[in-house]
Design a protein around this ligand. Structure first.
Ligand code: SAH
Length: 253
């Protein structure tokens, strides 16, 4: 049985790293690989470095943008070689693995890895619910991309072998919202806040980032996001009607 966790590699520059990541996944029983705007793929070098894990490469999905790669995911962890200034919830691989397995019982889950040169942007991390950092020597924290994949994949395997029950947290009523639901909600919220004069469209980033952190920390469920969008529509009926917004009645559905 394969471990149902999607590995997403963003903007990989060296095809050898894609092959080595596929091998790392295959050894631990993972086979869901998504590549976002890889510089070169497919490539002979990737195939050579996959060392026989060809079916992982052959089954890889290639997307242009990270939001496409994550649209249907309900729980996403971004990885970073650095601990970020804006403090998202941060897990070690050992803490993240059982959580990912548990969430995989209710929907697609993903772990996102960044570019060799610059990692993931803050905007890309903003699509994630939490961060994963492999604790390293503080003075040299940057692992090779495929080695970071190997460590996460190994911890997932250990969690599987330890018999982590793939059950969502007991307080959960409905499945978590998907990344796509959340992105639509954030866009709706931003429009509404701009219209209300609360958010300066010339400088929306800081506030929206804070709000994203707030909501991703809460792990909103699908129905909760529908209610929130219904509230936004009810508070700004003119704009909603002008947009032909279909979520106006969502709260009452
Ligand atoms: N210079 C980049 C390093 C990127 S390393 C930076 O400072 O962000 C390429 C990718 O490998 C990272 O984006 C991350 O996905 C993964 N990675 C490397 N070291 C890691 C670590 N210590 N913890 C978690 N992920 C790591």
């Amino acid at each position: 049985m394969s471990i149902p966790v999607r590995i997403v590699l963003v903007g990989t520059t060296h095809p050898g790293n894609i092959g080595a990541a596929a091998r790392a996944m295959r050894t631990m029983g993972l086979d869901r690989l998504t590549l976002v705007a890889p510089r070169t793929f497919p490539s002979e070098e990737a195939t050579a470095r996959a060392a026989g894990a060809d079916e992982v490469l052959a089954g890889a999905r290639v997307c242009e943008r990270l939001d496409e790669a994550l649209a249907d995911c309900r729980f996403v962890i971004g990885t970073s070689a650095r601990l970020r200034a804006l403090s998202w919830s941060t897990f070690t691989p050992r803490e993240a693995a059982p959580r990912l397995l548990a969430e995989s019982a209710q929907g697609e889950v993903a772990v996102v890895f960044g570019r060799e040169s610059s990692g993931l942007s803050n905007d890309e991390l903003a699509s994630c619910h939490a961060l994963l950092h492999v604790p390293t020597d503080e003075s040299f924290s940057s692992l090779n991309l495929a080695m970071a994949v190997q460590i996460v994949a190994y911890e997932l395997r250990l969690a599987l072998l330890a018999g982590v029950a793939p059950e969502p947290p007991p307080e959960r009523v409905d499945p978590l919202a998907t990344v796509d639901d959340l992105e639509r909600f954030y866009a709706h919220l931003e429009r509404t806040l701009v219209d209300a004069g609360f958010l300066n469209p010339a400088n929306p980033r800081h506030l929206m980032m804070r709000l994203r952190r707030l909501f991703s920390r809460a792990l909103p469920e699908e129905k909760e996001v529908r209610i929130l969008r219904g509230i936004l529509s009810a508070l700004a009926p003119v704009r909603a009607a002008a947009d032909g917004d279909e979520t106006r009645e969502a709260g009452t559905r």
